[in-house]
Design a protein around this ligand. Structure first.
Ligand SMILES: Nc1ncnc2c1ncn2[C@@H]1O[C@H](COP(=O)(O)OP(=O)(O)OP(=O)(O)O)[C@@H](O)[C@H]1O
Length: 244
């Protein structure tokens, strides 16, 4: 479970994150939805210990990120906005390297790699160097790397960015599978259809603030709109940046 309380982060005069609070529960997919520049990536970076908040608290499985950063990192699998693969290594080598950094033994690494290659349907690319990989192949490798230590909490920054329709569908199925394993799944997106199709709970963020949160039905009820797209437009005040 990930609990975020009154998180703040400014860059000079830009208040990127301005008092964000929400909870992402185990066995649920939580979507952080907002237009470009809303503060999604900055929020996620503070959750996965890459950036220190100016103020506020993040807890992962009850552990405070500020005081238990290493323990939190072991409990998190992260797909960052910059996928950052080593291009001279194969897909498998990229994943194995991170597994060793996580302290896994070789037998466990082999077993986890085999399971992830099957789950992500990536056996055909496992032993190719990542240089020249397509977007979809890069994302699969980065996700396998994020999950190799079997984390209970998974944070993904725009996981379907640049993926085609088939790859997006496969990604949705995969995220639903993580939920079925009772993991806490939190992902960001600026595509409302994406969030609507997948999420149990939606946290809408604009100008660094949470402007609405709830299930799709709750958001529809809060805005008095039948259609989720209209509900989002009402919440955000415009449809800018929310189109697929
Ligand atoms: N390192 C930084 N230095 C200065 N400004 C930053 C930095 N990181 C983010 N910002 C600013 O903070 C605001 C929020 O950016 P952020 O990347 O968190 O938004 P986002 O919701 O992830 O947007 P997108 O959907 O475009 O990725 C923006 O105005 C951005 O320019």
């Amino acid at each position: 479970m990930i609990e975020v309380t009154d998180l703040h982060k400014a860059f000079g005069t830009v208040k990127a994150v301005d008092g964000v609070s929400f909870v992402a529960k185990d066995g649920e997919i939580t979507g952080l939805l907002g237009p470009n520049g809303a503060g999604k990536t900055t929020t996620l970076r503070m959750l996965y210990t890459l950036m220190t908040p100016d103020r506020g608290q993040v807890r992962v499985d009850g552990l405070d990120v500020a005081t238990h950063a290493d323990a939190v990192r072991r409990r998190l699998g992260v797909l960052p906005d910059a996928r950052g693969l080593y291009k001279r290594l194969t897909s498998r080598e990229n994943i194995e390297y991170f597994a060793r950094l996580q302290g896994l033994d070789e037998a466990t690494i082999a077993q986890r790699c085999a399971a992830l290659f099957d789950a992500l349907d990536m056996r055909d690319i496992a032993d190719r160097r990542t240089e020249g990989f397509s977007q979809g192949q890069r994302v699969k490798t980065a996700i396998a790397r994020a999950l190799v230590h079997d984390p209970r909490n998974v944070i993904l920054d725009e996981p379907t960015n640049g993926l085609d329709v088939m790859a997006t569908r496969a990604m949705r199925t995969f995220l639903a599978r993580l939920r079925g394993e009772n993991r806490c799944v939190l992902f960001s997106s600026h595509i409302m259809q994406e969030v609507a199709a997948l999420c149990d709970r939606i946290v809408v963020i604009a100008d660094g603030k949470v402007v609405a949160a709830g299930t799709a039905d709750e958001l529809r009820a809060q805005t008095g709109k039948d259609n989720l797209e209209d509900a989002f437009v009402r919440i955000i005040g415009s449809d800018e940046g929310l189109a697929a």
